[in-house]
Design a protein around this ligand. Structure first.
Ligand code: PA5
Length: 445
């Protein structure tokens, strides 16, 4: 069977490939555990069958209707969320929107930082714009989106009045719990539910991702159809090539390669890389273990980090995402004078030059001791992206189980939050406030 994604290992040293193949039994055990709903974090396996559930649910139509309603007479859609509550939507919108094409409405993301400067800038930008808000928070209590929502809800109410503002706000949150759920019900916002059994970074195919994507004017059906095709292909029996990625990650890690560099050659994929980093970083980085997920965009970064990858410390490997057909047919022109010496490229597609740059880089990095795994995706479109993102989620779950961690929790994220609440003197954190202030005084001495 021909799949939208092909795993190409020609640049992996044969010894490492054998190490990865030796891990297949462990990956297959992890696969059984996952698909039978067992193991740590089993209460968060909802994403596994979600694409097929979503395709058949009424929510698909409702999302389309909501996006139409929100976008009517609107210049800007504001998506408020952080982590898994914004990265998937941003990744897909940036990957699929035509570069530099004017967008109506524009989609802007906020609530993923605490920069007063940024928030103030956006506030000024929106002053004479008609805007609507999709606020997304599973817990409904995360500080960053809550702060942004308070500010932009107030601005919207000042602009159009409280009642009309309520019609322009949609909340995507937990079915029952959290401050956002309570507020949405009190104010009468339309709401979407993030299922209990789907964690933030595995939620891109729920309304968390789909509503902003639809608001950006992109079709959501092919995205889910692609994810559903991956869901089917990765159930049982699985084409064994797909076990290679989770197996290789663990084999490289065991061999002392502690950094995985996600490489792409399309600037539009920059946020797919960000989404990927969150997925793997939050899923595996715990209990003192886990590959550090980093990313580069080539050929741009060949002129910055390329030197390090070629000759720096040998503690990394690369996972290269190649798009076989981007849809661009642009060719390099002939020039009568050829003063730039580029006529040897005349008539060639720029994408073909890019593909040669990729091959050349993989060879050079292999020579330099930085091996790469190549993931070949046939097209850059919604269907293929749906397939790919589902594949990453599935690989991440398997890889984490083989590593011996729970790939569905993120206990470490609480540490900074607790300190921040204590330092900001949030009620209930009094004891920690005292201790932390003493520690800070000690540091300042
Ligand atoms: O993957 C996760 O669970 C996290 O990254 C969350 O998505 C992130 O912390 C935002 O949480 P919430 O949606 O509850 O505001």
């Amino acid at each position: 069977m021909i799949h939208p994604l092909h795993i190409d290992t020609h640049s992996i040293p044969s010894g490492m490939l054998s190490e990865a193949q030796a891990l297949f039994p462990a990956v297959m055990t992890a696969h059984r555990q996952l698909h039978e709903g067992r193991g740590p974090g089993a209460e968060y396996h909802g994403w596994l069958n979600w694409p097929s559930t979503m395709l058949e649910s009424m929510d698909m139509r409702r999302i389309m209707a909501t996006s139409k309603r929100l976008c009517r007479d609107t210049d800007v859609i504001l998506v408020i969320g952080i982590g898994g509550s914004y990265l998937g939507a941003k990744a897909i919108i940036e990957a699929l929107r035509e570069p530099y094409a004017p967008a109506t409405p524009e989609v802007h993301f906020i609530g993923h930082h605490l920069s007063g400067r940024e928030i103030e800038g956006l506030k000024a930008y929106l002053r004479d714009k008609r805007f609507a808000i999709n606020v997304i928070s599973k817990s409904g209590t995360t500080t960053e989106p809550a702060v942004a929502f308070r500010i932009f809800k107030t601005l919207l109410e000042e602009q159009v009045g409280k009642e009309a503002a309520a019609q322009r706000i949609v909340a995507t949150t937990d079915a029952h719990r959290g401050a956002l759920r309570e507020l949405a019900e009190r104010e009468g916002y339309e709401t979407y539910v993030i299922p209990d059994d789907i964690g933030g970074r595995y939620s891109v195919f729920t309304a968390v991702g789909l509503l902003p994507i639809a608001c950006a004017g992109l079709e959501i059906a092919p995205l889910i159809t692609g994810a559903e095709a991956a869901e089917k292909a990765l159930k049982n029996p699985v084409d064994r090539q797909f076990y290679l990625y989770p197996a290789l990650r663990n084999a490289f890690y065991a061999a002392g390669r502690k950094i995985e560099l996600f490489v792409h050659y399309e600037p539009a994929l920059g946020f797919v890389a960000e989404w990927w980093k969150q997925l793997f970083g939050e899923s595996e980085g715990k209990a003192g273990k886990g590959l550090f997920p980093a990313s580069v965009g080539y050929t741009t970064d060949l002129h910055s980090l390329g030197q390090y990858v070629q000759e720096g410390e040998r503690h990394l490997f690369e996972t290269v995402l190649a798009i076989e057909e981007t849809g661009s047919t642009l060719r390099i022109e002939n020039d009568a004078l050829d003063s730039d010496g580029l006529n040897y490229l005349a008539g060639r597609r720029i994408d073909s030059v890019n593909a040669h740059a990729m091959q050349a880089t993989m060879l050079a990095h292999a020579d330099g001791g930085a091996p790469s795994l190549l993931l070949r995706l046939k097209h850059l479109d919604a269907y293929h992206l749906g397939w790919l993102l589902y594949y990453f989620q599935w690989s991440c779950a398997l890889s984490g189980i083989v590593l011996g961690v729970n790939p569905f929790d993120q206990p470490g994220v609480e540490a900074y939050k607790n300190n921040m609440f204590a330092l900001l003197e949030k009620p209930g954190h009094e004891a920690a406030t005292k201790t932390l202030k003493k520690r800070l005084e000690g540091l300042q001495k």
